[in-house]
Write a protein that binds this ligand. Structure first.
Ligand code: MD3
Ligand code: FE
Length: 218
């Protein structure tokens, strides 16, 4: 008799896939092996387009420092949130998306069932102790049928995973070094955030956390 030993688990130990909710998949440790190469690529990007703390339309300076690579980059200033093809600091195009990042995002998406994900924007967030991201939706992209892939590196963070309305009480979930999350479909517009980063030290990133999100922004 054939039997699915893991058939009753939402934590799928055969694949490392864990369902956060419908259409949101957590791939624990997906990027751990590639972390040194990913961080080298991030350093290359940041040498051309340095991390900076951008200003929200409401006039607040974000605690998270950001940069981008790929044809489009996410930016915010007093005029609003948007994707732009140039770095507003240098007025140069964003650095190209390194192959190691592009292929990682595609492999993560495929693991979650999105076979032809072609991201054209990679937002790179750097959290130092105390930095946070309040509850928000990712809705500056034109096509919500396209998923988003997120990779977490360095210090752990507590991820807030809300519903489709800001009022929905969020679940808290740790995101650890090497974790990937892919969310699409009915999860694509869920509210989410990151609680203030705790102090610590990670052998590969020192006193910070780095998060990359890959998007199809055109
Ligand atoms: C959204 N970044 O850059 S990504 C962002 O860790 C952003 O820096 C966070 O939100 C960060 O816009 C979180 C992780 C994530 C994981 C699962 C989700 C976001 C999600 C599920 C649904 C919606
Ligand atoms: Fe987000």
């Amino acid at each position: 008799m054939t039997q699915d030993l893991f058939g009753d688990m939402t934590d799928d130990r055969r694949t490392g896939r864990e369902l956060l909710c419908a259409d949101a998949v957590l791939l624990r440790g997906f990027a751990t092996q590639d972390a040194p190469a990913i961080l080298e690529a991030v350093a290359q990007v940041a040498a051309q387009a340095p991390f900076r703390q951008m200003t929200t339309p409401g006039g607040f300076r974000m605690s998270v420092a950001m940069t981008n690579c790929g044809p489009l980059g996410w930016v915010t200033d007093r005029r609003g949130y948007r994707y732009a093809s140039r770095d507003p600091v240098s007025d140069l195009p964003w650095p190209a998306m390194p192959e190691v990042l592009q292929s990682l995002a595609q492999r993560a998406a495929a693991q979650a069932g999105f076979d032809y994900f072609m991201p054209d924007a990679c937002l790179i967030n750097r959290y130092e102790p105390g930095a946070r991201m309040s509850l928000h939706q990712d809705k500056d992209e034109p096509d919500f049928s396209q998923p988003i892939v997120s990779i977490s590196l360095g210090l752990p963070a507590i991820f807030l995973f809300g519903g489709l309305r800001r009022e929905d009480k969020p679940l808290r979930m740790p995101l650890l070094h090497g974790d990937a999350v892919v969310w699409g479909g009915s999860a694509r517009l869920r509210y989410h955030g990151i609680t203030p980063l705790k102090q610590g030290s990670h052998p590969l990133t020192g006193d910070c956390r780095v998060n990359l999100t890959f998007r199809k922004a055109s």
